[in-house]
Design a protein around this ligand. Structure first.
Ligand code: NI
Length: 259
């Protein structure tokens, strides 16, 4: 049995002291496939170095996080486009819309998301969406671009059953479920009970959002098993079944990497 962490920022400076040991811990725990979403132009080098260190386990993705879209975002996107022309990446992201922290660059975030959607279609790679207080706008933009070449994941999904069903209505889209599902007051167990496991991929979003009992501490990919266990409990199925179905989903999403 193995697990796929579809969203983990293992190149974060929070892991500077023990990165190699931490990645090895995840592999030893059965989390053998880890997808790395880029943050901004300053993180590309570290991300690709980690991928080179663990070529069987870590896979780089490329994009500009919506919280890093500022006045000069076009310069960042130009650098990212050069990267895309240079080599293959496993996915496009993370991108998306974040209206929670700051709405100063709302228009620019939307323009950036449109460009990422075009790249996802051009390079036939999944788009990795961060949607904070922005589900309707993100969904509308995906609907506008959705065709056979556009697939993706609403990462850190925190919406309602209705919103999960909207994601399911798009061709080749999934919801990413992480540590929040283990939190005491989370509404996500109710959502998960009501949507098919075929819609779900697992993620940690390390170093953020560590699952219970590590809530508030630094998160790492080995904790993915805590999230998988919680989903098995909610769905009243075995851990193996959660691993198998979510791996199958991840394989459809990351078909350039997983067979
Ligand atoms: Ni992220």
């Amino acid at each position: 049995m193995y697990f796929t962490d579809t969203h983990t920022h293992l190149f974060s400076n929070k892991f500077d002291e023990d990165r190699t040991e931490m990645v090895q811990r995840a592999i030893d725990a059965g989390v053998t496939k880890m997808f790395l979403p880029n943050v901004d132009v300053s993180t590309i080098k570290e991300m690709n170095e980690l991928e080179a260190q663990f070529p069987e386990n870590c896979f780089s993705m490329i994009g500009l996080h919506p919280c890093h879209v500022f006045e000069n975002y076009k310069e960042s996107l130009a650098i990212i486009e050069t990267e895309l022309e240079k080599r293959a990446y496993a996915g496009i992201g993370e991108t998306g819309l974040d209206y929670y922290w700051d709405t100063t660059f709302k228009q620019q975030q939307q323009a950036s998301l449109h460009i990422h959607a075009q790249w996802a279609k051009k390079y036939k790679r999944p788009i990795i969406l961060h949607t904070r207080e922005s589900f309707n706008d993100s969904f509308a933009i995906m609907k506008e671009h959705n065709n056979d070449d556009l697939t993706g994941v609403f990462h850190c999904f925190s919406g309602s059953i209705e919103e999960a069903e909207k994601v399911a209505s798009l061709n080749g889209f999934y919801i990413g479920i992480g540590g929040v599902v283990t939190f005491k007051k989370s509404h996500l167990p109710e959502v998960i009970k009501n949507v098919p496991l075929e819609l779900i991929v697992l993620e940690t979003d390390s170093p953020y959002l560590a699952p219970t009992p590590n809530r508030g501490k630094r998160n790492e990919s080995s904790y993915l098993t805590l999230i998988a266990n919680k989903i098995a409990e909610i769905k009243e199925i075995s851990l193996e079944e959660v691993a198998n179905i979510t791996n199958q989903n991840a394989s459809k999403l990351y078909k350039s990497i997983l067979k």
